[in-house]
Ligand binder design. Structure first.
Ligand SMILES: C[S@@+](CC[C@H](N)C(=O)[O-])C[C@H]1O[C@@H](n2cnc3c(N)ncnc32)[C@H](O)[C@@H]1O
Length: 223
């Protein structure tokens, strides 16, 4: 890490403080080739903690189909593989440069370059996946909170939607809206909540608050 981690926080800040999704996407294109080195230096553990908190709920067979949404450079899929996930994994991400890095790992069957939005179904086949995972992307300028129904569209009935969402001051409004959407889907019998937890996100304290950096973990089941 650079002396104080300032360079890494600076590059991460370019994403966190982006004015809109387009600006965040441009920042990812510049960041793609050193994204992994930076997040490792910033002791990002959000993938491992999400995997540890969810693997027991996943049917772990060679035919199990997982879609790694907002796959980035493939760190989430790699964490599931490291934990022994045996199934087939596809990737979807809106940034071509990040996906290009992911493809080098040979982890995925198919990759889809698409921006997830509330208005458009996913390009991946409808109702075909057993599991959708999302790590590091349930916040502003990334996946809109109201895209949950779009994501559910790609899941089989009984399939799981697993995601983390970092707990920061900036993300409070996003998470309030997300909870309203989840509550309304539960009331409409579209999903059930399998698990909600708080997990580590970085093995660091926040430079802003001095508190450990945590995230929410949600596991939702499509009815
Ligand atoms: C912080 S990275 C996380 C990558 C990976 N899951 C990980 O944990 O290392 C967030 C990723 O979300 C992607 N992304 C952001 N908004 C998106 C959207 N609306 N649709 C699809 N991908 C999006 C970005 O391109 C980026 O690759």
């Amino acid at each position: 890490m650079s002396d104080s981690g300032k360079e890494e926080w600076g590059r991460l800040g370019g994403i966190i403080n982006a004015k809109n999704a387009r600006e965040a996407n441009q920042a990812y294109t510049k960041w793609a080739s050193h994204y992994e080195e930076d997040v490792k230096n910033l002791l990002f553990v959000g993938n491992e903690t999400m995997v540890n908190g969810s693997i027991e709920f996943i049917k772990n067979e060679e035919t199990t189909l997982m879609l790694d949404v907002a796959a980035g450079t493939g760190m989430t899929a790699q964490s599931y593989r490291d934990a022994g996930f045996k199934g087939v994994i596809d990737a979807l991400d809106s940034n071509a440069a990040m996906l290009q890095e992911a493809e080098k790992k040979g982890l995925y069957r198919h990759t889809y370059c698409q921006e997830v939005s509330p208005d458009q179904p996913l390009s991946a086949k409808k109702e075909s996946y057993d599991v959708l995972t999302i790590s590091g992307a349930m916040h502003d300028n990334h996946l809109p909170a109201d895209c949950i129904s779009t994501l559910l569209g790609a899941l089989k009935s009984g399939g799981l939607l697993i995601f983390n969402s970092r707990k920061t001051e900036k993300n409070v409004g996003y998470q309030e809206f997300l909870r309203q959407i989840i509550t309304s889907l539960v009331e409409d019998s579209k999903i059930s909540i399998v698990k909600e937890d708080t997990i580590r996100y970085h093995d660091l304290v926040s430079p802003d608050t001095g508190e450990p950096m945590m995230a929410l973990l949600f596991i939702l089941r499509k009815k």
